[in-house]
Design a protein around this ligand. Structure first.
Ligand code: UT7
Length: 392
């Protein structure tokens, strides 16, 4: 039995800031309403050239640098996301290439805002069995691309970003000590994001033409019953914290820091009251980051470390909740002595050079595959499409 210790962490936020006043130019709302109902003042929005994979890479590279390991040492990369650029290849596969992480296993995990904690659990279990030693767990989202910017009930809440941790297997007791992952699929209608291809449902799958018309008219954007999700969250957050504390045999008052999914300050305040713990035990950064879904917990963790909120031997709890409906928690013994240099750590120039080399190598491999395909006489996917066009 091995223990999965967090040995590296990193976050990345896009430069562009969108304030509540900016949103008030788009929909009927105000800074005052948004701040008093959610605690949010601003959020970051990805630029045109940024994707979930590029944000995930930036956070992952920082975590790998902080862990002081080489990307080739990673055995597994999991990206928790609801906003991948492709259904496949997974965002994790893109990150593996960008990092030059050898042939590490890589997959995406979909559990909405609970995704990071689910992914941490999966990686920690793989480490515990001894099947892998190093795992990179990332939460990354470009929520701004799946929002209906005419819906004031949702567009005020979300932001873009990525956060990551590196886990290492060790015989020394500690690290991820208890986890709990739960779901209630009957609540899928309370918060959802239709898949992009849903608008192209083949006719036999639809019973009426009205349904077809409705399906086409639907936007591929987030839909949420805010009050339902609010009530669900205030119920499951305290329950999930209590569950992992009991599993680990640690009394609630011995928990030093709780890093919750950052959705709404009012949800966090309510959870603190129900648990009977001081509100300042919860780390909050939703004010200037917004709700970044699966990325919110690792981003908040990085900020908590930078703010000096974690010391070696502290007991830390992550708690996530969101679409599915899903909820999950993890209790971790934090062993790392925070380094002196805390700000945005990207690693040495040597590491940057290796990332450029990794991309060049990936490009070379693509060219080589295409050249072999041509030599063998088999058309590339692009050529097949051109031929199909010609034959029309
Ligand atoms: O990570 C995913 C998890 N998601 C969440 O955790 C979200 C949980 N839910 C929430 O955080 C809250 O429900 C919201 C912040 C989304 C909404 O707050 P609320 O206090 O539940 O407001 P409400 O939806 O009950 O709406 C109250 C009123 C309504 O007006 P009427 O019907 O009372 O006249 C809304 O139309 O506020 C109105 N309203 C707004 N007004 C100004 C709704 N959104 C806005 C807005 N600006 N952006």
């Amino acid at each position: 039995m091995k223990y999965a210790h967090i040995i590296g962490w990193g976050r990345f936020l896009p430069d562009s800031v969108l304030t509540n006043d900016d949103i008030a130019q788009l929909v009927e709302t105000s800074n005052d309403w948004i701040y008093t109902r959610t605690g949010i003042r601003s959020r970051r929005i990805a630029g045109n050239k940024e994707t979930t994979a590029t944000l995930a890479f930036e956070a992952g590279a920082r975590a790998v640098a902080r862990a002081n390991i080489r990307p080739e040492q990673l055995d597994l990369i999991i990206v928790a996301t609801s906003t991948p650029q492709y259904s496949f290849p997974s965002t994790a596969c893109q990150v593996q290439t960008y990092l030059g992480a050898g042939d590490a296993g890589a997959f995406d995990l979909s559990a909405a805002c609970s995704g990071f904690v689910y992914a941490l659990d999966m990686a920690a279990q793989a480490i515990a069995t001894g099947s892998i030693k190093y795992a990179l767990v990332i939460g990354a989202e470009v929520m701004s691309r799946v929002l209906d910017w005419e819906d004031r009930g949702t567009c005020i809440l979300f932001g873009d970003g990525a956060g990551a941790v590196v886990l290492k297997g060790s015989d020394i007791p500690g690290g991820v000590l208890a986890t709990a992952c739960h779901a209630d699929g009957s609540g899928g209608d309370a918060l959802n994001l239709p898949a992009v291809y849903q608008n192209n449902l083949p006719l036999p799958m639809l019973s009426t033409t009205e349904e077809m018309a409705q399906s086409v008219a639907e936007k591929n954007t987030i839909r949420m019953h805010g009050r339902q999700v609010f009530r669900f969250a205030t119920r499951v957050v305290p329950a999930a914290v209590t569950e992992v504390a009991e599993k680990a045999g640690i009394p609630l008052d011995e928990i030093d820091l709780i890093v919750p999914h950052q959705a709404n300050v009012r949800i966090i305040d309510s959870a603190a009251k129900k648990l009977g713990v001081e509100a300042n035990k919860f780390y909050i950064n939703v004010t200037n980051v917004g709700n970044t879904s699966a990325a919110s917990i690792p981003i908040a963790l990085c900020e908590a470390v930078e703010a000096g909120r974690l010391r070696p031997n502290d007991t830390l709890v992550f708690v996530g909740f969101g679409g599915g409906l899903t909820w999950a928690s993890a209790l971790i013994k934090w062993e790392v002595t925070p380094p002196k240099e805390m700000s945005d750590f990207t690693g040495s120039q040597w590491r940057q050079y290796r990332y450029i080399r990794a991309r060049l190598r990936a490009r070379l491999r693509q060219w080589r595959r295409a050249a072999w395909a041509r030599l063998a006489g088999s058309p590339t996917p692009g050529a097949r499409l051109k031929d199909a066009d010609k034959n029309k």
